[in-house]
Design a protein around this ligand. Structure first.
Ligand code: GFB
Length: 313
């Protein structure tokens, strides 16, 4: 079953975030009308406001990219905000979408929904087969609830609500705040600042041994639009790049892109998080999408964006 976007009103919820922004850019090459609303227009944690906005704007389709997100430290230190804000906003939007006859909704999960010690690479069927990683279980529980809501509304009401979970993301529009960011933007910034200051070392959190898979956000957006148009089912679809690196190797790649070699210092007072998190994206490949760029290419493009949009501002 395909979903033709021609002439449709597509609401990208969370358009000011990295993922939502990339989806808006990608949808510009589709024949649809993209609608957006900032927090000043509709607070997604307010059910009445969401209902009123949805009834007025009548989107045909929704990409639900709005979420409270952050790196390992933000997740670990603000668990109440991560579970509450995400549970409430996704419940509000998914229910209002059902009440307002939305034809298609795509919910964004996260690779941290899987058990800490899931078999690798992680398949969709490994969801809910073991205990979660403690540093982000609060966020993970909220994201699992969103996936389950889409499945439940599909099952009970027959609506075409689908989900996809990206692996660790990076790209234009990322958060470069060293306290709350993910590792890739943090290291881009740390290497850049070390280069500018001529510092001999760069400090990394944890041991540098955890393995992570990284996907450029524009590749994710392309995969999401593909799924919006061509996927209808209750499998929450993995979206990854298929290649993983240690955090130390990531630092070496970033050093080479930034053009600055520095000694790597490891701060063992900071957590490692899950030891390995590689998703098996063969289900998505079987549906017909497999276009992820290399880490080196993606980091090079992202460093250019960082220099243009963030550095020195
Ligand atoms: O990207 P990150 O914060 O999140 O950290 P997760 C990945 C790894 O990089 C961890 C290490 O082992 C960190 O200890 N790391 C090294 C650093 N240096 C740094 C640094 O300067 N900053 C940061 N942030 N990390 C997140 C979840 O887990 O992944 C979210 O908390 C979400 O819920 C996201 O699922 C995709 O990969 O560990």
């Amino acid at each position: 079953m395909t979903y033709d976007l021609t002439g449709k009103r597509v609401w990208v919820a969370g358009h000011r975030g990295m993922v939502g922004g990339a989806v808006v850019r990608r949808l510009a090459s589709e024949a649809c009308d993209v609608i957006t609303a900032g927090r000043d227009v509709v607070d997604l944690t307010d059910q009445a406001a969401v209902n009123a906005w949805m009834a007025r704007e009548k989107p045909d389709a929704i990409v639900l990219a709005a979420a409270k997100v952050g790196g390992i430290h933000a997740n670990n230190s603000r668990p109440a905000e991560f579970i509450r804000d995400n549970l409430v906003l996704e419940a509000n939007v998914i229910h209002a979408a059902y009440e307002n006859g939305v034809e298609k909704l795509l919910f964004l999960g996260s690779s941290c929904i899987y058990p800490k010690f899931a078999p690798q690479p992680i398949k969709e069927e490994h969801l809910l087969t073991g205990a979660l990683e403690p540093t982000n279980e609060w966020y993970a529980i909220a994201k699992i609830a969103g996936i389950k809501m889409c499945q439940a509304y599909r099952k009970q009401y027959g609506v075409d609500f689908i989900s996809a979970q990206p692996t660790n993301l990076y790209g234009p529009g990322d958060n470069y705040d060293l306290e709350s960011s993910h590792v890739l933007p943090a290291l881009l910034r740390k290497f850049h600042e070390a280069k500018v200051a001529g510092s001999p070392s760069v400090t990394l959190w944890g041991s540098g041994t955890p393995l992570r898979e990284f996907l450029h956000v524009d590749d994710l957006a392309d995969a999401l639009v593909f799924l919006l148009k061509s996927y209808s089912g209750d499998v929450p679809v993995n979206v990854g790049s298929g290649s993983e690196v240690t955090i130390r190797e990531l630092a070496e790649t970033i050093a080479s892109v930034a053009g600055y070699e520095a000694e790597l210092v490891f701060d063992s007072t900071k957590p490692d998080g899950t030891p390995r998190k590689l998703m098996d994206s063969s289900y998505l490949h079987g549906l017909g999408w497999n276009k992820a760029r290399s880490l080196k290419d993606g980091v090079t493009q992202t460093y250019d964006c960082f220099l243009r949009d963030v550095a020195g501002k």
